[in-house]
Design a protein around this ligand. Structure first.
Ligand SMILES: [Zn+2]
Length: 140
């Protein structure tokens, strides 16, 4: 099948990096995965694959040359179309809305992620801009 693929990873030093889904959720204040802690490390439209396991293998042992993240590991998130999958200690854990804490861009209402630029807090992929905390909101 062909779907849009995005891969998100927590930055080095993030306290929930390399934690299982259960541990991350149970130790989170809101019992949720906070997407605004994540950096986007890969993005491809119409990515061709057969299964999630395919993606796992590809991003572990045979990285595409434009992949700038580390090998796919526990705590990473894989987005396929509008589905989100948490890389868990064994396999993937599909995330539903109740597991996901999102922050939104005040300009376009897209979900924001952690900025790779230290001067900013967030980045909006739709606007292609880095944002300050006051440029994001909790609800659309
Ligand atoms: Zn935006």
């Amino acid at each position: 099948m062909k779907k849009d693929l995005k891969i998100y990873q927590l930055p080095a030093g993030c306290k929930t990096k390399f934690r299982s889904f259960k541990k991350t959720i149970s130790e989170s204040k809101d019992k949720m995965i906070d997407f605004s802690d994540y950096n986007i490390v890969y993005e491809k439209s119409d990515y061709c694959f057969n299964s999630l396991d395919d993606i796992y293998t590809k991003f572990n042992v045979n990285h595409p040359s434009d992949f700038k993240g580390h090998s796919l590991s526990i705590s990473d998130i894989v987005q396929i179309g509008d589905e989100w999958h948490f890389v868990d200690s064994i396999g993937f854990n599909k995330l539903d809305e109740s597991h996901i804490k999102k922050m939104f861009c005040t300009r376009c209402s897209s979900i924001v992620f952690k900025s790779e630029n230290q001067a900013y807090s967030f980045q909006c992929l739709t606007c292609d801009e880095d944002l300050y905390s006051l440029e994001v909101k909790e609800k659309i």
